[in-house]
Ligand binder design. Structure first.
Ligand SMILES: [Zn+2]
Length: 465
């Protein structure tokens, strides 16, 4: 038997194999086209998508494919529709957001694991979210959905709602824009599969453009920094004005806006239109700020100007040089110094930001001014910190003399007590209090080494600093 088998094998090997020679090349699996999009909108909380839904409705008319990423499930805040709180509320809000977007026909909706963090400090949000984990998740989704364009909240701090989570989603979106095209970043995501391994078999993907929408009260500094879109045209697909499609989508957000939605439910069409096109915001043009483009196009041109189908090569972000500083220097710290570094590191030197920096705070209350004091000299330096404050404001802490060791950078903070905002004038016209300027001055050896200025607006209610 064995001999016979051997002989057979010899014959088999000697004869050419016609069947194998005619075999067609086997196609390797391709990326899943169902998830390829033109636009990836990155927002922080369920209901934030309303900031882009009028534009998304327009883009769908133009046969663009859109996906939305929520960086949190919106697991904090009051629940206007039921008793559910915390993680349960987040689960409900995930469904509300999915329902809102499905009214527009957008079902490509994803959630990151960030935790809803109520403050104006982007660094607190990034800390609570586990920055590394959420960034990894977002880079994965960029590689999975392969967007041409990302839209996200503008990474910056302003007088406005100024939600730290909104800012953090802009930070994450920018980082993902710069990293998703680099195959050395999270390389396990782009590695070819091995059986039963965690390797993901995605491909690096360079997004072509990133645009931001600001979460700021002021509009002046954003003018001319990107395209604007009217929301009043009637959608070809939806048969309604874009603002109205956005409002209809928003009706899903019962846990956040039940009382508002109940009021709308009582209105007739004419009343809804009057409300939307007056002071309510639904009828306002949508403004975007161009973050950057790797395919050219003009600043105020259409979002898709310059974009042609197909992948483009990875573009490493340009890093702007570090500003020159004296040997002993003082700068605003916290989110303010972070954003200065962030714009420099991500090629966003044209991104609008208020100068001097600004913040709105609840008063009575306190303002914390974080400072970096740098001493590059070879000896310890005695620094004197003083604060020039509006009448009635007092420095509680952080002024006076202290030393910074040789070649050290020290973090310190000045704490300012804020009085109650001025009463409304008696003529019943509720006038907003103008922001007031605060100046922190640092001196060494009798010389001023630097000043940090802030414009501060006092309000009855804001998110904590
Ligand atoms: Zn939000």
């Amino acid at each position: 038997m064995l001999r016979f088998a051997g002989a057979l094998l010899t014959v088999f090997l000697a004869v050419p194999l016609p069947k194998a020679r005619a075999q067609e090349p086997k196609p390797l699996p391709q990326a899943d086209e169902r998830y390829k999009v033109d636009i990836l909108a990155v927002v922080a909380h369920p209901d934030d998508e309303a900031a882009v839904t009028p534009y998304l409705a327009r883009a769908l008319d133009e046969h663009r494919r859109a996906a939305v990423v929520f960086t949190t499930r919106g697991n904090s805040g009051e629940n206007q529709a039921g008793a559910e709180q915390a993680a349960a509320l987040g689960a409900v809000r995930e469904i509300e957001a999915r329902n809102a977007l499905s009214t527009l026909g957008i079902n490509n909706v994803w959630f990151l694991s960030g935790k809803d963090t109520a403050s104006q400090n982007v660094l607190l949000s990034l800390g609570h979210w586990n920055h590394a984990e959420t960034l990894q998740e977002l880079v994965r989704l960029v590689r999975l959905t392969r967007p041409e364009v990302i839209l996200a909240f503008l990474p910056g701090t302003f007088i406005g709602e100024d939600h730290g989570d909104h800012q953090a989603c802009g930070v994450l979106a920018t980082e993902a824009f710069d990293l998703a095209g680099d195959p050395t970043v999270f390389p396990e995501q782009v590695a070819g599969p091995i059986k039963r391994s965690p390797l993901e078999n995605l491909r690096a993907w360079q997004v072509k453009k990133i645009y931001f929408f600001p979460d700021a009260d002021r509009e002046d500094i954003f003018k001319g920094k990107g395209p604007s879109y009217s929301v009043k045209e009637v959608s070809k697909l939806g048969g309604k004005p874009y603002w109205r499609m956005a409002l209809d989508a928003f009706r899903s957000h019962q846990t956040q806006a039940k009382s508002y939605l109940d009021r709308i439910a009582q209105m007739d069409e004419a009343q809804i239109e009057k409300m939307a096109t007056s002071d309510d915001g639904w009828g306002e043009d949508q403004h975007y700020v161009l973050g950057k483009s790797v395919v050219g196009g003009s600043v105020t041109g259409d979002i898709f100007e310059g974009i042609t189908p197909g992948a483009v090569a990875f573009v490493r972000p340009e890093i702007a040089p570090e500003p020159a500083r004296p040997d002993v220097s003082v700068d605003l710290g916290g989110p303010w110094s972070f954003y200065t570094e962030f714009r420099r590191a991500h090629g966003l030197m044209n991104l609008p930001h208020p100068e001097p920096p600004e913040i709105a705070l609840q008063a009575p209350g306190s303002l914390v001014i974080p400072l970096w004091v740098r001493n590059r000299t070879a000896k310890a330096q005695e620094i004197t910190i003083s604060a020039a404050l509006p009448a009635g404001w007092t420095a509680d802490n952080g002024t006076g003399k202290f030393t910074v060791a040789a070649r050290q950078t020290a973090a310190t903070r000045v704490e300012v007590n804020l009085p109650a905002p001025a009463e409304k004038p008696s003529d019943k016209t509720p006038k907003k209090a103008e922001p007031q300027e605060v100046t922190v001055r640092a001196e060494a050896n009798g010389q001023v080494i630097g000043e940090a200025k802030l414009r501060v607006e006092l309000r009855k209610r804001t998110l904590p600093q």
